[in-house]
Structures are given as C-alpha cells and as structure tokens.
Write a protein that binds this ligand. Structure first.
Ligand SMILES: NC(=O)c1ccc[n+]([C@@H]2O[C@H](COP(=O)([O-])OP(=O)(O)OC[C@H]3O[C@@H](n4cnc5c(N)ncnc54)[C@H](OP(=O)(O)O)[C@@H]3O)[C@@H](O)[C@H]2O)c1
Length: 97
C-alpha cells in the first residue's frame, strides 16, 4: 500500500538514502531540510526515479520551535493523513530540555 511519509533531514546522509529507497518503492515522500538549493536538487533527482512516488519539499530549521510549528502546519495543510514520519537529525537539532 502506498504511504505518505515525512522524512526530516532528507537532503543528506541516512535521511536522503531512506527517501531514495521509499520513493523507489512507490511511496510519496515529503523531503525536509534547511537549505533550499539542496532541497530543490534532491527533489529533482528523486522525482526522476522510474515508477517512483510523488516528492515534495519542506524547509525548516528544527532547532527553532517556531519553525517546527510552521512545518507541522504546512504539512497538515496539504495532507489530510500522514502515514509515517522519520526523524533523522535528532543529534544536531535536539535542544536540552
Ligand atoms: N552517518 C552515519 O554513519 C550515522 C551513523 C549512526 C548514526 N547517525 C545518526 O543519524 C542521524 C543522521 O545522520 P547523517 O549523517 O545521515 O546526517 P546529518 O548530517 O545528521 O543530517 C543531515 C540532514 O539533516 C538536515 N539538518 C541538520 N540540522 C538541521 C536542523 N537544525 N534543522 C533542519 N534540518 C537539519 C540537513 O539539512 P540541510 O543540509 O538542508 O541543513 C540534512 O538534510 C544523526 O542523528 C546521526 O548522528 C549517523
């Protein structure tokens, strides 16, 4: 079954490879990162995968609470239902409570 999956930190490293695999399997992937140029490039590359799912991009800095809330709002605005989310950047973005 096709799913819609948000992957934070998906312009590089483990997040990018996870996104590549899930798009290849036909899932719709919501990419995320801070750098708009990188996001655009990754969106273009993954959108071109044969028989891949749909790809869109969201930009936000997860070390800023206001950005986290904006990301949640933007995703909720466009997607009635999000099946999964994968957090890939907890080490760098996480703030001590
Ligand atoms: N790489 C490994 O071999 C390895 C092994 C074990 C565990 N891990 C852990 O797995 C996680 C991912 O590691 P990684 O090496 O694949 O990549 P990473 O450098 O931790 O993450 C890169 C991604 O995170 C985004 N990002 C970083 N800080 C952000 C922030 N404050 N707000 C929003 N986006 C942010 C980057 O986007 P922009 O470039 O657009 O900012 C990029 O898409 C980390 O927690 C790491 O410790 C990694």
């Amino acid at each position: 079954m096709q799913k819609t999956i948000l992957i934070t930190g998906s312009t590089y490293g483990i997040g990018l490879e996870t996104a590549r695999m899930l798009v290849s399997l036909g899932h719709n992937v919501l990419l995320h990162g801070r750098n708009p140029a990188k996001l655009k490039e990754v969106e273009k590359t993954l959108s071109a995968l044969p028989d891949g799912g749909r790809v869109e991009s969201y930009m936000s800095d997860l070390s800023r609470m206001a950005d986290v809330e904006e990301l949640a709002k933007a995703v909720a605005e466009w997607h009635v239902k999000l099946d999964e989310y994968i957090l890939e950047i907890l080490n760098e973005a996480a703030q001590p409570l």
